[in-house]
Design a protein. Structure first.
Lengths: 377, 262
């Protein structure tokens, strides 16, 4: 082989490889290759706009920011898992129903069957994880689009949640869940606040608004924000620095090619369906521990909110390209606009209009970026 | 010298469709064995059996003289049989490094913290590609940005790096321009000279006759014989590739039609 190289050095030139042209892609090109770029510019743009139109309205006080973050965290928890699944080329439309269904398991387990709250959450994790696995198994075995398979489970789960709750509890809502097990460590783990000390200190210093008794109105950052950031960090690490992450990209990019080189395509997909189901349970757990009740209609349309955040975050609907950090930024945009619009005095009904346009712009931008990324020559 | 891989009396049917009948085929180390045949002759089925995708319905598959039964491409890979598919070899959106190591990522760290050693992987890819004369500017660039020839060479280099002793190349030059194809053919010749066995499928007589040491002709699921390059002329190969008897008949018919017009 080295002989061939010595006798024919011109192989480097003229035969497809232009060694002298460029050593390293310019910074702009490398930045354009990152899926998060669009979402990052979106975040900057949106904050610039809100600073101008609502800068003095209280949106950028600690209360406003905590509000934004708690909305973003909810969406972001399911978006992190949905991003991995979408990068692998699949959808999970049952996330929203799964949130309602998990809530019912947790609620009934604690109030009707007298289980400790943390055990109920564990039961929900196992049950919903199994349903997620079933979603995945059906998708890979039937070869049907996951859109159809999970559309079916979306309807089945919502119907089951309502029917079971009405049959067992008589209503479609379950209240006093946290009151049934008020000392549960699950309440602090999923529904508590962090940084209360700092917030009290800030209140004493007069930096943030306080109640009549001198305590801050906002007691701390919801722990769901930590879940959101933590899950995104783990998802990012998995995607970029593990074999499994490489397989996720490959499965979404071209599942036949991936299978040909020995990637366990079906297993990857099933694991990711389990993950989205687990993220839905986490969503339900944070919501229940925060408000104390469950409702069979919880989580309605959340599957689309998750998809919106993921798509705004630069992940391709067709799979093979995307990022969890992008999904975090997408969720942040979602939360910022939903809360921010209340501060601007603009009719908040227009939130969805704005969101729709954002999605359209994001997809167009992403398509452009993908063309740039794959056709540099 | 005994062949690296050998098929003996292999028969493969899918339901009622017979794809291969009583086929015997062997590949030796250090030779390029060219597989010729029209669409539907059974080339794809043969490749898939060799690559471990399908198991033969009847007959034996031997590797180094040992009978094997394989049910997945992974098993074939582990035995040193690397297949490079025409257009399914690479995932365009994935980076060069990630494609190269897909399914066999190098690890560092331990237990649950074992991670994909991207830095090391990048270095290996740049070196392996430099060895075959491809200068990758940035191994984190998407494979879609490489030229067709570079992509094909990358796929072959990957198979070789992971210990392939036999390369199955399915139309490696069919979608390439002249220079790109030359680059791939040169690399195939290099691989052969290093003692690899190569199964080469092509529709291009110039590419096939230039690179091959041995030819096997397939027709309707049966072997029409295996010939050394010295035993068969370019025209004979061309004749088979162009459709053989069918073409001769067609020529005669068109000749008659032309005569009638005159």
């Amino acid at each position: 082989m080295s002989e061939a190289m010595q006798t024919e050095p011109p192989m480097r030139k003229g035969l497809g490889s232009d060694s002298g042209r460029l050593q390293r892609a310019p910074l702009l090109t490398r930045a354009l290759r990152r899926p998060e770029l669009g979402a990052l510019s979106g975040v900057i743009l949106i904050y610039a706009v809100f600073l101008v139109v609502a800068g003095s309205s209280g949106m950028f006080t600690v209360e406003g920011i905590v509000n934004i973050l708690s909305v973003a965290a909810e969406i972001g928890i399911i978006a992190a898992a949905a991003a991995l699944l979408m990068i692998a080329g699949e959808f999970d439309l049952s996330i929203g129903s799964m949130i309602g269904f998990a809530g019912i398991i947790i609620g009934l387990g604690t109030t009707v069957y007298g289980l400790p709250l943390s055990i109920s959450i564990l039961v929900a994790l196992v049950a919903c994880g199994a349903i997620g696995a079933a979603n995945g198994y059906l998708t890979v075995k039937t070869g049907l689009p996951s859109f159809i398979v999970t559309l079916a489970s979306m309807l089945v789960l919502r119907g089951l949640a309502i029917a079971v709750t009405r049959y067992t509890a008589g209503y479609t809502q379950i209240s006093k869940i946290t009151e049934s097990d008020p000392d549960s460590s699950a309440i602090a783990l999923f529904g508590g606040d962090v940084g209360q000390g700092i917030f009290r200190w800030m209140a004493e210093a007069g930096w943030i608004a306080t109640k009549a008794n001198g305590l801050p109105i906002v007691e701390g950052v919801p722990v769901s924000v930590l879940w959101w950031v933590g899950l995104t960090a783990i998802a990012t690490w998995v995607l970029l620095r593990t074999s499994f992450g490489n397989w996720i990209f490959a499965v979404g990019g071209d599942s036949v090619a991936a299978r040909n080189v020995g990637v366990p395509v079906n297993r990857v997909k099933i694991v990711l369906f389990v993950l989205t189901a687990v993220s839905a349970v986490l969503f339900a757990a944070t919501q229940i521990t925060e408000v104390g009740s469950a409702d069979t209609l919880r989580g309605t349309m959340k599957e689309f909110d998750a998809i919106i955040a993921v798509v705004i975050g630069g992940t391709l609907l067709t799979g093979g390209y995307g990022s969890a950090i992008g999904a975090l930024l997408g969720a942040l945009i979602y939360g910022t606009v939903q809360i921010g619009i209340l501060y601007t005095g603009i009719d908040s009904d227009l939130f969805k209009v704005f969101l729709g346009l954002m999605v359209l712009m994001a997809v167009l931008f992403n398509n452009y970026v993908r063309r740039r990324a794959t056709q540099e020559r | 010298m005994s062949p690296i891989i050998e098929l003996k009396g292999v028969h493969k049917s899918f339901g009622t469709v017979v794809a291969l009948q009583d086929l015997s085929f062997a590949v030796h180390a250090g030779e390029v064995h060219c597989l010729l045949g029209d669409n539907g002759a059974g080339k794809s089925t043969l490749i898939k059996i060799l690559a471990g995708v399908h198991a033969p319905s009847k007959g034996d598959y031997l590797i180094d003289g040992q009978k094997v039964h394989m049910t997945s491409p992974r098993q074939a890979l582990d035995r040193g049989i690397g297949t490079v598919y025409q257009d399914l070899a690479m995932i365009p959106l994935l980076s060069v490094t990630r494609n190269f190591f897909l399914g066999r990522e190098p690890k560092k760290g331990w237990g649950p913290f074992a991670r994909f050693d991207v830095g090391n992987a990048d270095r290996i890819v740049v070196k392996e590609l430099a060895d075959i004369g491809i200068d990758v500017r940035d191994p984190s660039q998407a494979v879609g940005t490489l030229s067709g020839g570079e992509r094909q060479c990358l796929a072959i280099a990957r198979a070789v790096y992971f210990g392939a002793r036999v390369l199955i190349l399915d139309e490696p030059t069919s979608a390439l321009g002249v220079h790109q194809a030359a680059m791939v053919l040169k690399y195939v010749a290099q691989a052969r000279n290093r003692g690899l066995g190569v199964i080469f499928i092509s529709h291009n007589i110039h590419h096939a006759y230039t690179i091959a040491d041995r030819f096997t002709l397939l027709n309707r699921g049966r072997s029409k014989g295996t010939f050394l390059k010295s035993e068969i002329t370019r025209d004979e190969v061309l004749h088979v590739m162009a459709g053989g008897e069918d073409l001769r008949q067609l020529e005669a018919e068109i000749g008659q039609l032309s005569a009638r017009r005159a």
